[in-house]
Design a protein around this ligand. Structure first.
Ligand SMILES: *[C@@H]1O[C@H](CO)[C@@H](O)[C@H](O)[C@H]1NC(C)=O
Ligand SMILES: *[C@@H]1O[C@H](CO)[C@@H](O)[C@H](O)[C@H]1NC(C)=O
Ligand SMILES: *[C@@H]1O[C@H](CO)[C@@H](O)[C@H](O)[C@H]1NC(C)=O
Ligand SMILES: *[C@@H]1O[C@H](CO)[C@@H](O)[C@H](O)[C@H]1NC(C)=O
Ligand SMILES: *[C@@H]1O[C@H](CO)[C@@H](O)[C@H](O)[C@H]1NC(C)=O
Ligand SMILES: *[C@@H]1O[C@H](CO)[C@@H](O)[C@H](O)[C@H]1NC(C)=O
Ligand SMILES: *[C@@H]1O[C@H](CO)[C@@H](O)[C@H](O)[C@H]1NC(C)=O
Length: 922
């Protein structure tokens, strides 16, 4: 399973496509359209000196990145219009043979754009539609841009970020992934770049106004990594999250078309660790906030410990808190920010047990006084949020309100299930609402901080609800150390940018586009997209931190082995992709996908084998020891995979996978990775009941001899039977296993008289203590008359003289001709929800299939229609036809597996009703 450097090109990866996800495509690499950069002439970038510093900075990224893509360094013309005429501008030939300039400008800011509008009446028509809009932009070929200048490719934004996003969208199309630094996605190479004259790459206002991440729980991985990379080896006593570190984050966010950040906070203080952090964020164009529990843009508790005095308590220490918060607001005044208001106790804990609403309302009033004082304007004009996290939502429910202009930030339950969304009467609040979501969590009942365990299909559904219910002012997601969650963060931001183009049925398309953008190969993209889908789907079933040796059943329905087979298949496919990709893509593929696949597989195999180890010991199987060895090997392999990550690219990501994740004892991370307990059996002894051990599907028992799981009293039990088969059994066979209960090799064979029974194999050799053989029992139904249920008895004999039997009932059930549906097998009927027989809509709302959602195939859910409500039983209906033999005297127990989903709409709890009626087939 190790990541090897073997290179096995399946055909050279050729990239001729434009690779931006989602929006329209304006660039091409082979065309007779307008050239922007050719083999002979590099691109020219025009920008007016009057434009935003952040736009100038992004223009430098454009220059640097285009050099990497084209091999030719673009020339930047930094224009200062002294005369207000075209005299200051160089002329360009209006010809298709030479590249036209790329002109960057922000409406209302760039003097060059102002001049263009004065001289060319079409300019206002062209760009008027985005005037005054939030973060909108238009990029296109503009003929006669400024009389005398000729044709240009214009990247125009309605505001600072509107222009910056236009630049990064251009780069994404040109072959630069937003993840080129943070996940080492190589620059694609294109010697020539052209623009289509008939396509406009415009973007309106984003679907969500503030789109951001929260770096959190950043110890050990992110912190240790940053210490190694950003403190220059000096022993500063402050955390290493300085402006050099944050610049990489700001740039990533802008490339992902995000705009908002909650900085690392446990021991870190954004405004203190580097006094230039806040300035730098604003310079890049990032809106800063602080987490749900850090009011007024001050890191708490770290800054309170440094600068505060007295208790963190408004009633007891109002003057000092006011000064503390006032200083924070003064510090942030020049920059674009959103203030978190309200207050929690120190250390992210509830303020007090009683939930004193009047006190919190006084605190909020005090905070708004501070804001209006420092800003010298009405507090309602300063962006603020109140985060209804954990117990704070309870204050709201008990009647606490904040002023109408404050954004209400609803949250998930820390596990990706949104708790509450705006009801009809809350949707017209001026401040609106948003959502705080988690890809990482520290707290009760258990942390999850390692690996990516969020499935896009799940959080798409949650976020789609948020958008439909107008919770779209802020989407912020806790990304922990950031690094393991690249693939989830990418979709979160892609979706927040434009919710209209990604329905639940477009998610495969998204994954394909993502795979194509990152890895460039149209041939491999579908397989890579599939790895992304399956690995997160499998990990989202149970997070790694919560798996133990009994999570998956070792004896029923072949559950554990099916799970392992899914992982093994994934590892094989992923390894093949890794070996097929050109070597310069290996690090990116390893970081983005392969690591998750092999590391998750290793940890799950380790737990499952620990389960087998315990089970085999109780069955007196010598294979116990092989399982113990395997657990130890897998435990070391986990560390090898971590080291391999740390060794990538000469240690670029050293420490980044140092999060402990194995062997939780309580909610908090273990201080050392801990192997699950294993046990051993004596290897020089033979089991009291003899060398040959017989175990059967569906049972923890073992024969011959005594075992608590064989029968009620545990001793003198009858020989085993495997669960009966019917022609409708989803798995068309049963198994028993022959293994060693001691060190000596032996032969075994099986005999039986039932002609309809088939065994594979029917004899064998147990070569050593670590081996065992599985024997499949199947039925030739043509030899069993319908309506009969004969028992076949197999006698096993060993070369050491032991003999025992195992039996199987072949229950030849049938259903009336014409029945279509699910048929009982062994007293059970199991139906995947999308396999319904009929669906009935009510008020134009019906159940719909959510592909790849939940544990297995898919889920079903009523379409999200704002404010549609029914009483249980009167809403949209799904019907499932099934056939029962009434084997439980007419009693039917229905178990519905529902994915976690919460009552997001006050007063209307989620309900469903199951009922059944008999159809007469007799
Ligand atoms: C253009 O000139 C202005 C003013 O001198 C400067 O601040 C800015 O950084 C320059 N931009 C670029 C892209 O060099
Ligand atoms: C744009 O022009 C190109 C080349 O003339 C053509 O192939 C393409 O179909 C046109 N696209 C649209 C959307 O009109
Ligand atoms: C979202 O997609 C729609 C439909 O393609 C488009 O009109 C809109 O401009 C897009 N918004 C952004 C922010 O790209
Ligand atoms: C520290 O590291 C940063 C980023 O690598 C670098 O830009 C800076 O100059 C270094 N400072 C010192 C004092 O070496
Ligand atoms: C407020 O801070 C001052 C020092 O700045 C300290 O002397 C005083 O005790 C603090 N007040 C309270 C109520 O703790
Ligand atoms: C595994 O976890 C489950 C759920 O927490 C628990 O009930 C069970 O006892 C655990 N098994 C072992 C072997 O720790
Ligand atoms: C089956 O095994 C027994 C015991 O080793 C042996 O006596 C017998 O010959 C074997 N039968 C066949 C068909 O191999």
């Amino acid at each position: 399973m190790r990541f090897t450097q073997s290179i096995l090109y399946l055909g050279l990866v050729s990239i001729s496509r434009v690779l931006a996800i989602g929006g329209p495509t304006c660039l091409s690499f082979t065309s007779t359209q307008y050239a922007l950069s050719t083999q002979d002439t590099p691109a020219t970038i025009w920008i007016d000196a009057s434009d935003w510093p952040g736009v100038h900075r992004a223009a430098l990224d454009l220059q640097n990145d285009l050099e990497k893509v084209t091999g030719k360094r673009p020339v930047i013309l930094n224009i200062t219009l002294s005369s207000g005429t075209t005299d200051d501008l160089p002329g360009t030939p209006d010809s298709l043979s030479a590249p036209i300039p790329i002109i960057i400008g922000t409406l209302g800011k760039s003097n060059l754009l102002k001049l263009a509008a004065q001289l060319n009446p079409n300019i206002n028509n062209k760009f008027g539609s985005i005037q005054g809009k939030w973060e909108a932009g238009i990029s296109e070929v503009v003929k006669n841009f400024i009389p005398g200048v000729g044709t240009a490719y214009a990247i125009v934004g309605s505001d600072k970020r509107g222009t910056i996003y236009g630049i990064y969208d251009f780069l994404e199309q040109a072959g630069v992934s937003p993840w080129h630094w943070w996940a080492d996605v190589p620059y694609k190479s294109h010697p020539e770049i052209y623009a289509s004259s008939n396509i406009t790459c415009s973007h309106g206002e984003p679907s969500v106004k503030y789109r951001g991440i929260f770096l959190n729980d950043e110890q050990p991985a992110l912190t240790d990594w940053a210490f190694a990379k950003y403190s220059n080896g000096t022993s500063s006593n402050r955390p290493p999250f300085n402006r050099f570190f944050y610049s990489t984050i700001f740039e990533l966010l802008l490339r992902l078309k995000a705009n908002y950040l909650w900085p690392a906070m446990w021991n870190s203080a954004f405004g203190v660790d580097d006094p230039l952090n806040q300035f730098t964020a604003d310079y890049y164009g990032i809106v800063m906030g602080t987490s749900h529990q850090e009011p007024m843009l001050r890191a708490s508790p770290p800054e309170w410990n440094m600068f505060g005095s007295g208790p963190w308590n408004w009633d007891e220490n109002q003057a000092n808190l006011t000064k503390f918060w006032t200083d924070g607001v003064k510090r942030a005044l020049p920059y674009e920010s959103i203030y978190t208001i309200g207050m929690r106790g120190t250390g992210d804990l509830p303020l007090d047990e009683s939930g004193n609403i009047a006190l919190l309302e006084r605190i909020v009033a005090g905070q708004r006084d501070i804001l209006s004082g420092v800003y010298n304007k009405n507090a309602s004009e300063v962006p603020q949020l109140w985060c209804l996290y954990k117990e704070v939502q309870g204050y709201y429910e008990r009647g606490m309100r904040v002023p109408d202009d404050v954004i209400l930030l609803w949250t998930d339950d820390n596990w990706g299930n949104i708790r509450r969304l705006p009801a009809a009467d809350e949707r017209n609040r001026v401040g609106g609402a948003g959502v705080y979501y988690h890809f990482d969590y520290v707290g009760d009942p258990r942390d999850y901080k390692w690996g990516n365990a969020h499935a896009i299909n799940k959080f798409h559904h949650q976020l789609e609800m948020a958008k439909r219910y107008d919770a779209d002012k802020i989407w912020i997601v806790n990304v922990g150390d950031l690094k393991p969650h690249e693939v989830s963060v990418d979709f979160f931001m892609t979706y927040a940018w434009n919710t209209t183009i990604w329905s639940k049925d477009d998610l495969d398309k998204y994954r394909n586009q993502w795979a194509l953008r990152e890895f460039g190969s149209a041939e491999l993209a579908p397989s890579i997209a599939d790895i992304l889908k399956r690995s997160s789907h499998l990990n989202a079933r149970v997070k790694n931190e919560l798996i133990n040796s009994t999570t998956y059943s070792l004896t029923s329905y072949r559950e554990a082995e099916t799970v392992m087979a899914e992982w093994d298949t994934l590892v094989d496919k992923s390894t093949q992709i890794l070996n097929t990709l050109p070597s310069d893509y290996h690090a990116a593929y390893f970081e983005l996908l392969h690591h998750t696949v092999i590391a998750s597989r290793t940890s799950q195999a380790m737990y499952i084998n620990a389960g087998y180890n315990q089970l085999y010991a109780s069955q007196a199987r010598s294979q116990t020891n092989a399982m113990a060895d395997s657990v130890e090997t897998l435990f070391e392999q986990d560390a090898d995979i971590r080291d391999e990550y740390h060794g990538l690219l000469d240690g670029k990501w050293d420490h980044m996978m140092s999060q402990t994740h194995l062997g939780y004892y309580y909610w908090q991370q273990p201080m050392l990775d801990t192997m699950p307990s294993v046990t051993r059996v004596q290897k020089r002894q033979v089991a009291l009941s003899g060398l040959m051990r017989l175990t059967v599907e569906g049972s923890k028992g073992a024969w011959p001899g005594d075992n608590s799981n064989q029968c009620a009293q545990g001793y003198n039990c009858p020989p085993p039977a495997v669960p009966p088969l019917t022609p409708f059994s989803p798995i068309p066979n049963r198994y028993f296993e022959v293994s060693a209960g001691g060190p000596t090799p032996f032969d075994w064979n099986a005999t039986w008289s039932a002609t309809w029974l088939q065994l594979n194999p029917s004899s064998g050799h147990i070569a050593d203590a670590s081996s065992g053989q599985r024997v499949l029992m199947s039925v030739d139904w043509s030899a069993v008359p319908a309506g009969t249920a004969p028992t076949g008895v197999v006698t096993l004999r060993s070369s050491t003289g032991q003999s025992t039997t195992v039996s199987l009932v072949a229950n030849h059930t049938s259903v009336p001709a014409g029945f279509h549906g699910f048929v009982e097998d062994g007293g059970i009927i199991s139906i995947q929800p999308e396999h319904y027989s009929r669906s009935t809509a009510v008020d134009n709302v019906s159940w719909e299939v959510l592909p790849d959602y939940g544990k297995n195939l898919s889920a079903v859910s009523p379409q999200i229609k704002v404010d549609s409500r029914w009483t249980a039983g009167s809403g949209p209906l799904l019907e499932y036809d099934f056939y029962s033999y009434n084997s439980n005297s007419g009693n039917i127990t229905i178990t519905v597996y529902s994915a976690p989903s919460l009552n997001t709409y006050p007063g209307h709890p989620l309900t469903y009703e199951t009922f059944f009626y008999e159809l007469d087939y007799y």
